[in-house]
Design a protein around this ligand. Structure first.
Ligand SMILES: [Zn+2]
Length: 235
């Protein structure tokens, strides 16, 4: 299955900065519904932050619009067609994610590329309504790093945010709220924070918004992933 979200044009309108994104899913099975529900999960999580940015001295609420679409991937022909769309995409709003039960021959978690627009999503991590992994991977595409890049089992001392990790531990006094029984982070508890929003809207992005009224975040990386997780770029 393939899934592709889209990215990031911000249009300033009155008191709102609108973030438009599209999420396309291509695939075998019920991928159209999956693309729509994953897109909705992404949109809801980002909007629940009620994030604010300041542009030319005025405060704006950031509103995310994320739409999901299925991409064809039936048989070799479908795969080629989908690869062609990915290779020729020049719109950074388009994000392409392949969805499979495994993301490599040895299993694997969802992955994406920082400031890019492609990756793979593990079906089990995104199929549930309210899952946060799809928003986390999109976060990487929007330039976000893990909160603790050097220590994958660092301690979360309070409310977890979007860029905390599966292997992070939750401080004792917050465990009943945010952890699984083994003390590790319950991924469903991740929320987008104002810090996440601040990290997406870098000074360069704000500068572009101030000058042009819009900004693209991230780039097109044009990688097609085969079902086994191998990535291909157009030669
Ligand atoms: Zn990550």
């Amino acid at each position: 299955m393939g899934l592709l979200p889209e990215k990031y044009v911000f249009i300033l309108r009155h008191q709102h900065a609108t973030h438009i994104a599209r999420l396309h899913a291509g695939a075998s099975g019920a991928s159209s519904a999956l693309a729509v529900s994953a897109a909705q999960d992404i949109q809801d999580l980002y909007n629940s932050a009620g994030g604010k940015i300041t542009v030319n001295g005025a405060s704006y609420t950031v509103k995310f619009e994320v739409r999901g679409h299925a991409l064809e991937s039936k048989g070799i022909t479908g795969e080629f067609r989908t690869a062609g769309k990915i290779f020729t995409n020049s719109d950074p709003r388009n994000n392409f994610f392949r969805v499979e039960n495994q993301t490599s021959s040895s299993g694997g978690e969802s992955f994406s590329r920082r400031s890019g627009n492609d990756g793979m999503l593990n079906y089990s991590e995104i199929s549930k309504r309210g899952s946060t992994t799809e928003a986390h991977e999109i976060g990487h595409g929007l330039g976000l790093r893990h909160n603790n890049e050097s220590d994958y089992s660092s301690l979360i001392k309070g409310k977890p945010d979007l860029m905390d990790n599966r292997n992070d531990r939750v401080q004792e006094k917050y465990r009943s709220k945010y952890a699984l029984p083994d003390g590790s982070l319950n991924l469903d508890k991740r929320e987008v924070s104002q810090k996440n929003i601040d990290d997406i809207f870098t000074p360069d992005v704000i500068n572009s918004l101030e000058k042009n009224g819009k900004a693209a975040i991230g780039t097109t990386t044009n990688t097609y992933y085969a079902p086994n997780g191998q990535g291909f770029n157009k030669k």
